[in-house]
Ligand binder design. Structure first.
Ligand code: SF4
Length: 366
């Protein structure tokens, strides 16, 4: 009698998962969600709406061109952004932050999902249709040394986009550029100088001025200060903030420096292995991060007060290859709370608090 009881208890405790079936269930759930979201009306308050964005790169192809292996760099990323806001994107190197930023600007063609910018679905627009939109979506690159043409003067670099997009009449271009240079903290006599004559910080100011020369609404800042000295970083961040206020710019600020992201962002998205694992307002994410990865990431932020004890959560192992991501929750190979379900079933990305989203089985149980 006792043996029979024990077997029943054991059977109740042992849950086995069929990975293929779980994957099929997850894909079905996701397709349903995508179909539901595609039918939703465009949010008139959002300048940018990203719905289930996906970007894959082929790794192997057959002779007929059929893709047999691909790298999923961005997988099912969704969020909304209002005009004038800054979204900070954080995560370790290789988590898909930059690819996501470029896919939003359509510098990489998205493999799936929708991008709605300023009330218009731009996902399937052709390059010529994108020309006008492109003016309103700009990017600032990480490396100010390689992103400026060495044979053009600062005046030439800044005048070109103004002329191409006919921002002001031709005879007013120089005055317009000089005013822009002044706004970005560049002296007027730099107009005739070449990029190699400037320091990293000044070059980044030129890059910022070039991005803003066409009056954009959205700017993707891809690690704009990580190649600069710490003292210069603060100046560039303050400049970006000032320009945001005066020009009502919306930023997507990609960085691995959490202190910088904390300072500049209104909302924060945390990415791991191509997926958004948590998204929310800065206050919510910093005061009570929901996802174990966010908790580990934020526990590493240095505290300026030596009396505050840091409870650092050290993650074991390296980030797995996006070409061969783990099954189930992608973070399970490094998560200190991983259980059996995490190894087999992909957690759903859900809104657990108002405007605070995360994907973790621990939260589903609470
Ligand atoms: Fe960790 Fe599991 Fe949550 Fe993934 S789903 S973060 S492995 S507890």
């Amino acid at each position: 009698m006792t043996d029979e009881k024990d077997t029943t208890v054991q059977a109740a405790q042992t849950v086995t998962y069929d990975d293929a079936a779980e994957e099929a269930k997850y894909l079905e759930r996701r397709q349903r969600q995508i179909a539901e979201d595609q039918g939703k009306p465009i949010d008139p308050e959002a300048i940018l709406e990203v719905r289930h964005l996906r970007k894959c790169f082929p790794l192997k192809k057959t002779l007929t061109g059929k893709v047999t292996q691909e790298l999923i760099a961005v997988d099912d990323v969704s969020f909304k952004l209002k005009p004038g806001e800054t979204l900070g994107i954080v995560g370790e190197s290789g988590c898909g932050k930059t690819t996501m930023g470029r896919a939003i600007l359509k510098l990489h063609k998205p493999s799936g999902g929708r991008i709605i910018f300023d009330g218009r679905d731009i996902t399937d627009l052709t390059s010529s249709q994108m020309r006008q939109i492109r003016r309103q979506m700009q990017i600032i690159f990480q490396d100010p040394y390689s992103s400026l043409p060495p044979r053009s003067t600062v005046g030439g670099i800044l005048s070109e986009p103004v002329l191409v997009h006919k921002i002001v009449p031709r005879d007013q271009v120089k005055d317009y550029v000089l005013e822009l240079m002044d706004k970005c903290g560049l002296r007027d006599y730099y107009y005739e100088r070449y990029p190699h004559e400037f320091s990293g910080g000044q070059r980044q100011r030129i890059c910022i001025a070039r991005a803003l020369s066409v009056n954009p609404k959205l700017v993707v800042c891809d690690e704009p200060v990580s190649a600069l000295d710490v003292s210069i970083q603060a100046q560039i961040i303050n400049l970006l903030k000032r320009l945001q206020q005066s020009m009502n710019l919306t930023y997507i600020f990609i960085s691995h420096d959490l202190s910088v992201v904390k300072f500049i962002s209104d909302r924060i998205g945390v990415m791991y292995l191509g997926s958004m694992v948590e998204f929310g307002n800065k206050q919510d994410i910093f005061s009570h991060p929901l996802h174990p990865y966010t908790q580990a990431l934020f526990s590493a932020i240095p505290q300026p007060d030596p009396d505050i004890k840091m409870n650092r959560i050290v993650l074991k192992g390296d980030i797995p290859s996006p070409a061969n991501p783990p099954k189930g929750c992608r973070f399970h190979t490094r998560c200190p709370y991983a259980t059996e379900i995490c190894r087999h079933v992909t957690p759903e990305y859900r809104e657990y608090e108002p405007e605070h989203f995360a994907a973790c089985h621990l939260l589903e149980r609470e």
